[in-house]
Design a protein around this ligand. Structure first.
Ligand SMILES: Nc1ncnc2c1ncn2[C@@H]1O[C@H](COP(=O)(O)OP(=O)(O)OP(=O)(O)O)[C@@H](O)[C@H]1O
Length: 889
């Protein structure tokens, strides 16, 4: 609930106890409308769930939704059927007790849908084993079978349940669904033989004709066309747009096989369904004596075959009545009207009892054989209060049932309230409410109640009629404040009550019942000879339904109303021993239209569903109650002493908190485990303060969160950088170490090579020698003599001495060659002359050595020639010569 306190302006309050004007029906309707228009079909009154039929598919029944509600605190999520179902289940598991969920509302309000949804919820969310899967399937598939035989199209609902249903789902100690049991109440048998305009018979008839295969129909003596059967066409709407009989037939057939029906069972079952259709087509005619006779024997032959009864005996039983006169039995012929009555009575009886057989059959397939203790959750899908234009015996029973259930609800709610107050040590404040026990007594009291009077009339000898019954009522309960007839009414009311009517002032409003047919319906008699025929049937189901022992029992069977009263008593007993949850379904409009909220219709239902009464009871004390822990958890931020954490007991924390907020003493009470807040406005003020505070907290949280995110990001980056650095350094160090290792190896090799350098080339010195050679050659390349006069030469290492010498020679030779090539012819002559001159002057001329480098000059050449000649002369004469020469290399 807390979740949507926030959105209350738009979607209203999720819990009616939080309405300010809780006694105002208009405020109630406004809230309901506001929510309905937002597709919020569920609203709480405390723990009671109010549901408004949306008449459209809503996206709120998905498996995800189921998981959402699973195990979550009742008030934490928006109201939902699943919350009710889950709450019952959780409490059952933890406290190991039994529960029931009572679903009520008028026809078409969504009761059956709700009960199916709850069943699906358990099927999906409860733990189970593969073995139990079959139980789960049977539980789910029991629905289509019961709906086929017990539901029909009515004016108010295309799939209206024409019986009351109570289904127990049994759970073992692990919370696994292990079995189930169904009780059915008051199936509307009259529908088998009569339907109002716009209504249909039970679905199964149409499904069989539409979906049954040719061979089956042939075997049953049926034609596919429903128009051929008198029991199917009174409503003139055998075909309904919203119903797919063919498809439904398939589902029912499949369900039969899962629910353990044998082929024989199915054969007998459809034999009965077909027999009912054949019965409806039997026509009686009057013979000359005014007695009923059957002219066309076709139908009766089929019935005799399908029910396994003797043809002539059946024919006789349908047209005669056995009367016991003294100790003799006399057959008295029936007139046509009585024959039709007998025919319809058989049809109703066999259909009604077959339905009971069906429920028993389903029960035996759902039964859990192991005897360990089980806990149960019961689902009660029962007809709501009915007010039709003409209200008959059925409406009387239905409305009586609703009175009883209303009483149960009020008692249990009051009891629960009182128990809670006692448990919490809060003083009990008496709650004023309307106790409808007075109406229940009017109906059910022994000897004095309406049912007893009706039974008396049915059983007494003599000519009892519906009118004599009415007179008896006036006589015996005429002075009751909740009973009126035309005779008893005042002038004003008299006009609205017919002479055959009586009116009851139910808790939900006035209902006028037409007494016509009460006796007949209450008696529900089947002539004895017809019963005998059925008891001797060869159809196994009919034999199970009509026991021979019934014939021996001379006591009159209980009347329908008494049977119903007794079954209701035992139902109430069953319910009283369990923990209750309630779902009240509301029908929003008469046209099955989505989104249409008919104020008048809904106001009416709010009234007769007792919602205002329930709200008054829930609100009479306190509007809101919560465990201290939950209250503190939600609102602790409103008080500095409790925020962010309260370390003491929760109750003390709450006390500090509300003192800080400023609650007045009359606004609250503190129980043992819970705080009780009297007025919704107190809670809303707290909620508003919380909202405001939340915004503050949210911005703080956001800032903190952003800071945290930033820090986290920075830390991440930093760590990444450090890691990267470490990796990089490692890589560098590894590279360095590798380099060093390599260098050491090289140096080692070098030293080794140096030590062994003198040895011939071997692996130890190979590299060193090569290196030295290489280095020497490289160096030599840079120190090669540049001309022939340059006598320098790089000193070679010892291992290259020989090579060096060779290289030097090659080099000199190359230089010389180069020099020689560069010498011109003129120069060559000059040099030759110089050689000659040298030969002449070496050692003989002073300054010879200095003149070697001097080139010859042309002027001097002449002189040289002269000199040569002179020299020759001198040499011949022994004289000396000392000319100065130009330098020349
Ligand atoms: N929660 C829902 N969501 C959608 N449609 C729904 C819902 N509940 C009911 N309906 C619609 O309303 C129709 C009538 O509902 P349902 O048969 O459950 O009514 P009921 O109260 O069981 O009536 P009756 O008393 O006649 O059996 C359904 O066939 C379905 O179309």
């Amino acid at each position: 609930m807390e979740g949507a306190l926030i959105a209350r302006d738009r979607v209203g309050v999720q819990d009616f106890v939080l309405l300010d004007s809780h006694t105002s029906e208009t405020a109630f309707l406004n809230n309901l409308r506001k929510r309905y228009q937002e597709n919020l079909i569920y609203t709480y009154i405390g723990t009671l769930l109010v549901s408004v039929n949306p008449y459209k598919e809503l996206d709120i029944y998905t498996v995800t939704q189921m998981q959402l509600y699973r195990g979550v605190n009742f008030f934490e999520l928006p109201p939902h059927l699943y919350a009710i179902a889950d709450n019952a289940y959780r409490v059952m598991c933890s406290e190991y007790n039994n529960h029931f969920i009572l679903i009520s509302g008028e026809s078409g309000a969504g009761k059956t849908e709700a009960s199916k949804k709850i069943l699906q919820y358990y099927a999906v969310t409860c733990p189970t084993t593969e073995q139990l899967q079959i139980v789960r399937d049977r539980l789910l598939l029991s629905n289509p079978v019961l709906e086929a035989f017990g539901n029909a199209k009515t004016l108010r609902n295309d799939n209206s349940s024409r019986f009351g249903k109570y289904m127990d789902i049994q759970f073992d100690f692990k919370g696994e669904p292990v079995g189930g049991h169904i009780l059915s109440y008051l199936i509307e048998k009259s529908r088998v033989v009569h339907q109002n305009h716009g209504e249909r018979n039970f679905h199964i008839f149409y499904q069989l004709l539409e979906g049954g295969d040719k061979d089956l129909l042939c075997w049953l003596g049926l034609e596919r066309n429903p128009q051929k059967y008198a029991y199917l066409i009174q409503g003139r709407c055998a075909k309904v747009f919203s119903i797919n009989d063919k498809n439904d037939w398939k589902i029912v057939r499949k369900a039969f096989s899962i629910i353990d029906f044998t082929e024989k069972d199915i054969e007998h079952l459809f034999g009965i369904v077909a027999s009912v259709l054949h019965l409806g087509n039997i026509q009686f005619e009057e013979d000359s004596n005014g007695h009923a006779i059957i002219r066309d024997g076709t139908q009766i032959k089929w019935i005799s075959k399908l029910l396994g009864v003797h043809l002539s005996i059946l024919q006789e039983a349908l047209t005669h009545r056995k009367i016991e006169a003294r100790s003799e039995e006399v057959l008295s012929p029936l007139n046509v009207d009585l024959a039709f009555y007998a025919r319809d009575a058989v049809a109703k009886a066999i259909y009604g009892r077959t339905f009971t057989w069906l429920v028993n059959k389903i029960n035996s397939s759902l039964a859990n054989k192991d005897s360990t203790r089980k806990t149960v959750i019961g689902l009660l899908d029962i007809y709501g209060f009915e007010v039709l234009d003409t209200n008959s015996f059925e409406q009387f029973c239905i409305n009586y049932c609703n009175e009883k259930l209303q009483q149960l609800l009020i008692e249990m709610t009051l009891k629960a309230e009182q128990e809670e107050y006692e448990l919490e040590g809060i003083e009990w404040e008496p709650i004023p409410y309307f106790n409808n026990k007075i109406i229940c007594d009017l109906v059910e009291q022994k000897h004095k109640g309406i049912i007893s009077i009706l039974d008396e009339e049915c059983l007494r000898p003599g000519e009892a009629t519906d009118l004599s019954f009415l007179e008896k009522l006036e006589e015996k309960v005429g002075d009751h404040a909740h009973f009126v007839t035309r005779k008893l009414a005042d002038q004003k009311t008299r006009k609205s009550i017919d002479w055959v009517d009586f009116r009851l002032l139910h808790y939900a409003g006035e209902v006028t019942y037409c007494a016509v047919g009460f006796l007949e319906k209450n008696n529900d008699l089947l002539y004895r000879n017809l019963k005998e025929v059925l008891c001797n049937s060869k159809n196994g189901i009919i034999r199970d339904c009509f026991l021979l022992s019934e014939l021996d029992n001379r006591r009159r069977p209980e009347t329908v109303a008494t049977q119903f009263k007794n079954s209701l008593m035992s139902l109430i007993e069953i319910l009283m021993s369990k923990e209750p949850s309630y779902v009240r379904c509301i029908k929003p409009n008469e046209n099955k239209e989505p989104g249409k909220f008919d104020d008048y219709l809904i106001r009416h239902q709010v009234k007769y569903l007792g919602l205002m009464e329930h709200l008054r009871v829930r609100r009479a004390g306190f509007a809101y109650r919560r465990k201290y822990e939950l209250f503190l958890q939600r609102y602790k931020s409103l008080c500095p002493a409790t925020w962010p954490h309260w370390h003491g007991p929760a109750a003390e924390g709450v006390e500090r908190l509300i003192k800080h907020i400023g609650y007045k003493p009359e606004e609250y009470k503190l129980g043992r485990t819970k705080i009780f807040i009297r007025f919704p406005k107190t809670l809303f003020a707290t909620e508003d303060a919380f909202e405001f505070r939340k915004h503050l907290l949210v911005s703080r949280l956001q800032a903190k969160y952003k800071g945290c995110l930033g820090k986290r990001e920075y830390k991440k980056k930093r760590e990444a950088a450090i890691k990267l650095e470490a990796c990089w350094r490692g890589a560098l160090a590894r590279k360095e170490a590798k380099k060093r290792t390599w260098a050491v190896q090289i140096i080692r090799k070098f030293i080794n090579g140096f030590i062994n350098r003198k040895k011939p080339l071997c692996p130890e010195n190979m590299e060193f020698v090569r290196l030295v050679q290489y280095n020497y050659l490289m160096k030599l390349r840079d120190h090669i003599p540049k001309n022939v006069l340059d006598k320098s030469w790089l000193q070679p290492p010892s291992i290259l001495e020989e090579t060096s010498e060779m290289l030097q020679k090659i080099c000199i030779r190359s230089l010389v060659r180069k020099y020689c090539r560069g010498v011109t012819a003129e120069r060559k002559v000059q040099l030759q002359q110089k050689v000659v001159a040298s030969a002449i002057f070496r050692g003989k001329k002073e300054g010879y050595l200095q003149s070697i480098n001097q080139p010859f000059m042309d002027t001097r050449l002449m002189t040289l020639n002269v000199a040569i000649n002179l020299a020759r002369l001198c040499s011949q004469t022994g004289g000396t010569w000392n000319p100065s020469w130009d330098r020349d290399p």
